[in-house]
Ligand binder design. Structure first.
Ligand code: NFE
Length: 568
């Protein structure tokens, strides 16, 4: 058994590492090193409780958006939903639509950035040089995908869609326009028109670039999987074999229907349900659809750097006592579980809970009448790298279309002043109250809980997507989703000449000519190689970790968000 450490894992948000214990398996084609046990190292403590405790409860909307520069908007939304709930107010139809438009546009930005800027280079790499294959295979004509031009175009598209978020948010990141029970912006014709024109361009990008890029990845993957399988005489399906978890998928729901907001709220009250009138449903899929209730959520800390008294608690009762040197603990995240089981959250969870294992997304751009159909059969019902990417692409298409539809629907409320529920006045804060916000951020199910005492925050808690996906083992010793996804992954051992040839297959390299024989393979080199979309090495440079790191990235980790925080 060897220990392989990937730390830092780059091209994600925050400070993540993974420690892997290996074992060797022998097949007819040779001996391979695979991951036996994996440990997700969330190397960050942030202490937001110190900032939030004793504050005006409304500040949570502004402050929690600073948890993360990637997903500020969902934290704002979830904080505001917790405040709506605590205030006992529901937003009027125009406010529900404007919130949906703001977050619909935000989602397009977020899923696009992951598809191209964060995991995109990997998918090109895998298509070009599947790392377990001898570099010689690379010379047999497997070509790069040429995703580079889409990568550059995505940066410009991102700018355009973030303008839409700012139209409704006042600014982005860290929008300012939501208020308990509603919005502080008005539905105006210029906002609606600008939204429609920008989203039409984005819709074209999704249909003409993003979906074809996904299909190109699929077809190259099929080709590689076939080649690898026949050359090595193994059963290998490529990206669909990589990164499976437990087959349990959790979502809280997203984009409520303004005509039926009660159904949305009842789930905040603890009722079991699907929020089926929302565009994305709540659910706890475990092979078949199951209703969701937040009452089944618990957090465990056996392997987390928190006092054991915090274990097994519902978020409304949680305690956080950090213990820096706790024996056996290896994470700053807690381990959230649903009904005692491990659930994956995120784009795939949303799609499966809403559409099952076969998706047919028929959309029509309401501005110009262009139609498009996206179809996908989930390739691995336990989850995989390619299914997660496909789910993001499907949602980008769906949400880009819906954002336009909501903007058109909003026109009927344009001359309406009712963008806020009735609360006594803008300075009103309830004396004592509790509220639960349940939303889905791009990386998955997001929960904020606020407890107000004497008009101040007495207790605030978040359970965020990356905590579900990247958290450590729980008290029952069940590995978290990413840990589970890593186990069984191939980690081919490489020597320096092999690495050199993998990097530059067109040249028959004498490694010493590059001075590679004398390079110290530290994390700096691993980091440097990663953005080039080439072979990724563990810190000692002995193992090729490209597959492992691709699996981790397919979850779109965010450690800044995921490190649990709590105020009491
Ligand atoms: Ni910081 Fe986030 C999202 C939230 S989560 S990116 O999406 O909430 O891990």
């Amino acid at each position: 058994m060897a220990e392989v450490v990937m730390d830092p894992i780059t091209r994600i948000e925050g400070h993540l590492g993974a420690r892997m214990e290996t074992k060797d398996i022998t097949t007819s084609t040779g001996t391979w090193t695979i991951v036996d046990k994996a440990y997700s190292l969330t190397n960050l403590f942030r202490g937001w409780e110190i900032i939030l405790k004793g504050r005006d409860p409304r500040d949570a909307f502004f402050i929690t958006q600073r948890i993360c520069g990637v997903c500020p908007a969902p934290h704002g939304e979830t904080a505001i939903q917790a405040l709506d709930h605590a205030y006992g107010v529901t937003p009027p139809p125009a406010a529900v639509l404007m919130r949906n438009i703001l977050h619909g546009a935000y989602y397009v930005y977020d899923h696009m950035i992951h598809t191209y800027l964060l995991i995109g280079p990997e998918l090109g790499v895998l298509a070009k040089y599947p790392p377990m294959v001898p570099p010689a295979l690379g010379k047999k004509g497997i070509k790069a995908l040429g995703l580079g031009s889409s990568y550059a175009a995505c940066i410009e598209m991102q700018r355009k869609v973030n303008r839409v978020v700012a139209l409704w948010g006042g600014k982005f990141p860290h929008h300012t326009s939501e208020y308990p029970g509603g919005m502080t912006v008005k539905p105006t014709l210029d906002r609606i028109a600008n939204t429609l024109s920008a989203m039409t361009e984005l819709w074209d990008f999704v249909v003409n670039v993003m979906v074809p890029d996904l299909m190109a990845i699929v077809s190259k993957n099929d080709h590689i999987a076939e080649t690898v399988s026949s050359l090595l005489d193994i059963d290998f399906n490529g990206l669909q074999d990589l990164g499976q978890t437990y087959g349990n998928f959790l979502s809280f729901g997203l984009f409520p229907d303004y005509n039926d907001y009660d159904k949305w709220v009842r789930v905040q009250d603890g009722e079991e349900g699907y929020r089926e009138n929302a565009l994305i449903r709540a659910g706890a899929w475990d092979g078949s659809p199951k209703k969701f209730t937040h009452k089944k959520i618990r957090e465990y800390v056996k392997y987390s750097r928190y006092d054991d008294s915090a274990t097994g608690l519902h978020p409304s009762e949680g305690v956080t006592k950090p213990v820096k040197d706790k024996p056996g603990a290896y994470a700053w995240m807690k381990a959230p579980r649903y009904d005692g089981k491990v659930y994956e959250v995120g784009p795939l969870a949303r799609m499966i809970n809403t559409f099952g294992l076969k998706w047919k997304i028929d959309v029509t751009n309401p501005v110009n009448g262009k139609s498009f159909t996206f179809e996908w059969n989930v390739l691995n019902p336990k989850g995989s790298v390619i299914d997660r990417v496909a789910a993001r692409v499907a949602q980008t298409l769906l949400f880009a279309t819906k954002t336009m539809e909501w903007a058109i629907e909003l026109k009927q409320f344009m001359h309406d002043d009712i963008v806020n529920a009735k609360i006594p006045d803008y300075s009103y804060v309830p004396d004592n109250a509790e509220g639960m916000g349940l939303w889905d951020a791009p990386r998955g199910a997001l929960l904020h809980y606020t407890k107000i005492r004497n008009k101040k925050i007495d207790n605030y808690q978040c359970i965020v997507p990356s905590t579900w996906n990247l958290g450590p083992r729980d008290d029952m010793d069940q590995p978290g989703p990413v840990e589970k996804a890593l186990e069984g992954t191939w980690l081919p051992k490489l020597d320096v000449p092999t690495i050199a040839n993998a990097l530059y297959p067109e040249k028959d390299i004498d490694a010493s000519a590059f001075g590679l024989g004398t390079v110290s393979w530290g994390d700096a080199l691993a980091v440097a190689l990663t953005p080039l979309g080439l072979v990724q090495l563990n810190m000692e440079g002995e193992y090729n970790t490209t597959l492992a790191i691709t699996i981790v990235r397919s979850f779109d980790p965010c450690i800044a968000c995921g490190v649990h925080f709590m105020i009491k």
